[in-house]
Design a protein around this ligand. Sequence first.
Ligand SMILES: Nc1ncnc2c1ncn2[C@@H]1O[C@H](COP(=O)(O)OP(=O)(O)O)[C@@H](O)[C@H]1O
Ligand SMILES: [Mg+2]
Length: 237
Amino acid sequence: MKSEVIITIENLTKRFPEGDSEFTALSKINLEFSRGEFAGVVGPSGSGKTTLLNIIGSLDKPTEGRVSVLSNDISKLSHKESAMLRNMHIGFIFQVYNLLPVYTVFENVEFALMLQKKSKSERTKSVMEALEWVGLQDIPNKKVTKLSGGEGQRVAIARAMVKKPELVIADEPTANLDAVNAHSILETMKNLNKEFNTTFLFSTHDEKVMSYLDRIIHLRDGKLESDEIIHHKITAK
Ligand SMILES: Nc1ncnc2c1ncn2[C@@H]1O[C@H](COP(=O)(O)OP(=O)(O)O)[C@@H](O)[C@H]1O
Ligand SMILES: [Mg+2]
């Protein structure tokens, strides 16, 4: 089966202004990702993981090189077109969950659908379905300030997945979770990856996350150090 390439990165360089000069956060990166991958970018703090994910997620622009995401040339997108790409096709999960504090579980997930033209009843159906995926269907009306860390990250996953995006970007999603919750949300994400063929891109330095990945890309000082496909042993349950 030929896999469909949905992200192409050619000679990507990203520089940030630093005083009177510039700092090179990413240098001449070449990568491709296919639909349905469960892949992660790994490397020490400051190696450029977030910068790379932000550019793929159209939150930032390349300085040089070409990045194509779902047939969109990231450099050429207007502000509005970038927002549209994110709203329709990309879900984000961050280390800090970025939930809206005064709202409920339901409302936080529903918010991701507000920019899409859907009726209230369609939204309710989609939100409740997404809450079932993450096991929060019994507490839709709980305020997110009352949730545990693991529950908060589940809301963030539901919010990222409710629009059934083609791509989910998860930047250190387990950094604030204990081991039990980390494994549990990784299982949930892996199940969603299998069920919907959603492409997941992680950044992490957590061994627990790495044990789930099918592909690990190592960055060091903004350079691609290695790119390996992981062959998981199939173990009998
Ligand atoms: N907006 C910015 N302005 C200036 N420097 C930045 C900016 N974003 C990131 N950097 C620098 O780029 C490097 C890579 O950062 P980052 O991509 O956040 O690394 P990681 O996610 O691997 O920890 C760091 O040295 C960081 O200080
Ligand atoms: Mg980072």
